[in-house]
Design a protein around this ligand. Structure first.
Ligand SMILES: CC(C)(COP(=O)(O)OP(=O)(O)OC[C@H]1O[C@@H](n2cnc3c(N)ncnc32)[C@H](O)[C@@H]1OP(=O)(O)O)[C@@H](O)C(=O)NCCC(=O)NCCS
Length: 325
């Protein structure tokens, strides 16, 4: 640790307010490189950080009496079907940008990691913005790797990138409804199999049931589009208002969050994915959703390549697993 620095557990209101200012500054750095994101003041972060002091843990690093950096996380009994872990959302860390940012994150994580492990939490995940190179380097050098990408694009920009064209040959596309629940559930099973297989290996994956899909259409702003060929349904895309697991940086009334897409294996690479995305993008524009977001496993080769062709990275989730003694 650099000299004159002290790590402690944050609980006092003054410190929570100082941490909220660091979160806001962190977000401002992201917006500087992603101007399509909403600006946020420290008031946005204050209730979140207050919640974290009550439901998780926040650690601060103080230098010369001022909060220089902080890191916090909360407990998840079953982190991504992988067991007990803790998660630090993108708003739950920050640094004052001092030359010590890299070593401050290293010191904060060393302090927190022991406490998290002693609490029975061997999986550690921290969501970082691309505008935080010091934190990314600090975690990369401490055993972390990227597992999830949250990305976004202005809907108008997506429309320009996907000009209107004929549907892929022999394919029709339309908006889906509850009457498509059976087809959607069946294709969702293909997606679950894909992320259960190498190299994603997500444990215990299973698609949503037919009745689950029927209910899904009642969710706020739920919209799904389906592609059909001679053999029936060959793909879908679904989107809704951003859910709790979507990066806070993209949350907002005018965001439509894509949270599922699949094309049947025999039909991949023929432009069906693009055609579905074009439909979802058109829907976003007509529904007044200026921003579209998506999240995907970085280990999912097809998905990563597909989404990064159109969306810009906003948040990377870094994960580390430690063997329990
Ligand atoms: C992602 C997916 C929906 C794309 O559908 P698609 O109909 O094949 O997409 P398109 O034909 O319009 O575009 C193909 C693009 O997908 C990506 N892609 C397809 N196969 C790929 C592969 N084997 N490796 C890497 N990228 C691949 C590429 O970006 C490719 O673009 P390119 O042709 O310019 O290289 C499809 O690959 C799929 O169903 N994957 C499994 C399920 C999944 O991962 N869903 C996303 C969950 S977030």
């Amino acid at each position: 640790m650099t000299t004159n620095a002290e790590i402690y557990r944050i609980g006092a209101q003054d410190d929570i307010e100082a941490a909220a200012r660091l979160s806001a500054a962190n977000h401002a750095r992201l917006v500087a490189s992603r101007p399509f994101l909403r600006e946020r003041g420290s008031g946005h972060y204050l209730p979140k950080l207050q919640w974290m002091t009550e439901n998780g843990m926040l650690f601060g690093l103080r230098r010369e009496g001022r909060l220089s950096a902080f890191l916090g996380a909360f407990r998840l009994e079953d982190f991504r079907n992988e067991g007990p872990g803790c998660f630090s959302p993108d708003w739950c860390h920050g640094s004052d940008g001092s030359p010590y940012a890299f070593s401050d994150y290293r010191s904060l994580y060393r302090h927190a990691a022991r406490i998290w492990l002693d609490a029975g939490l061997p999986i550690h995940c921290v969501a970082l913005h691309p505008s935080e190179p010091e934190a990314m380097e600090a975690l990369s050098l401490t055993g972390f790797g990227r597992i999830v990408l949250d990305a976004a694009v202005p809907s108008a920009e997506l429309a320009d990138a996907l000009p209107r064209r004929e549907s892929p040959s022999g394919i029709t596309l339309r908006r889906a409804g509850p009457e498509d629940a059976r087809s959607l559930a069946s294709m969702n099973g293909i997606l679950a199999g894909h992320i259960g297989a190498s190299p994603v290996f997500m444990p215990r994956t299973r698609g949503e049931s037919e009745s689950g899909w029927r209910e899904w259409f009642d969710e706020p702003e739920a919209a799904a589009f389906i592609a059909e060929g001679d053999e029936g349904a060959v793909g879908y895309i679904k989107a809704q208002a951003p859910q709790f697991d979507v990066s806070d940086a993209v949350h907002g009334d005018d965001t439509l969050a894509i949270n599922g897409m699949v094309v049947s294996p025999a039909r991949r690479g023929a432009g069906i994915g693009r055609a579905l995305l074009r439909m979802a993008g058109g829907h976003a524009l007509s529904a007044g959703k200026a921003l579209m977001s998506v999240d995907c496993e970085t280990t999912n080769l097809e998905a990563y390549s597909f989404w990064t062709s159109f969306f810009k990275p906003v948040t990377w989730s870094y994960e580390r697993r430690i063997a329990l003694p």
